[in-house]
Design a protein around this ligand. Sequence first.
Ligand code: MG
Length: 382
Amino acid sequence: MQLAPYAAQQSTSRGRRFAEDTPMYRTDYQRDRDRIVHSSAFRRLEYKTQVFVNHEGDMFRTRLTHSIEVAQLSRSIARILELNEDLSETIALAHDLGHTPFGHAGQDALNASMKDYGGFEHNLQSLRTVDKLEHRYADFPGLNLTFESREGILKHCSIKNAKQLGDVGERFINKQQPGLEAQTVNLADEIAYNNHDVDDGLRSGLITIDQLLEVSLFKEQYNIVQQQYPELDQRRQVHEIIRRMINRQVVDLIDTTKANLEQAKPQSIDDVREQNKPLAHFSHEMQEMNLELKRFLRTQMYSHYRVHRMSAKATHIIQQLFTAFLNDPKLLNPKYQQIIADKEDNGAELGKARAVADYIAGMTDRYAIAEYGKIFNPSELT
Ligand code: MG
């Protein structure tokens, strides 16, 4: 793997919180990636969703397939920019680990429930998952990932929270940038979800091709495909359009970032961190087109009554579970009762609420629905 001087390198890594020997046949970043793939939070991504709830159909993206798509895009981008592909893959596969069930509706509901207890940020929760919540290794809590992986996972964070986080929080206070692997994964995430939401939106019938023709990024590629394959059936037509939209965005990102790198000439990852703004970004034109697409998705899809109806249900489920568990911890799985009892010994109401939030955030969509049924549905006796 040819690495540019500004890429993350094992030799300049800021290391792990608990020192470990470097593995024999892998780099430290490969080890980080492998630890994520083997974690239980990663497996649970299969039954967590972003827009559609898991039981709505097997054809839609889940957070697991989304994370794999982000990893694919991130690796392609990393290879061309001579970044550390293993680190990019690690960050991509871990970036959504802290999401609650039911996508943004779940996150907003949990944040509201946690209002008096420090709030809930899914991004911070991803870091918390790899730092604390995975219980697998004898010598340390969490997955003990390298600083660079943790830096990339913590995409954004309030200053208040940053102050509690030590080394990974510093850049939010000092207004520094993360490494380029983190920057590019962040944008690959955006490319992945905007495009797959168009795909899933069309498949589900929430949006139509006619509506999408008002979005220039879509229309541009629609015209090309239409001209080249006028007789194509709709499913393949949509796929041909979306693959071109993705390619257009990836190429734009690579070209713009390359030009920025040529100008700034960073000689190390620390040079990248010291820049006053990210070096990886889209061109101005693409930025505008992305905004237009996002606006379209927000008004036509995310606030569609069918999505809203499910979000309202999700909000209700999360709120009710939170209140029930906080008021009566005996309803919880004994493992969590123990965690709460330990916190209560220290007289910490805050800790109790945080443990409930950790438990709920870790649930899959279907587990949360089942738990709700067990607690609130009188006809479910077990
Ligand atoms: Mg994502």
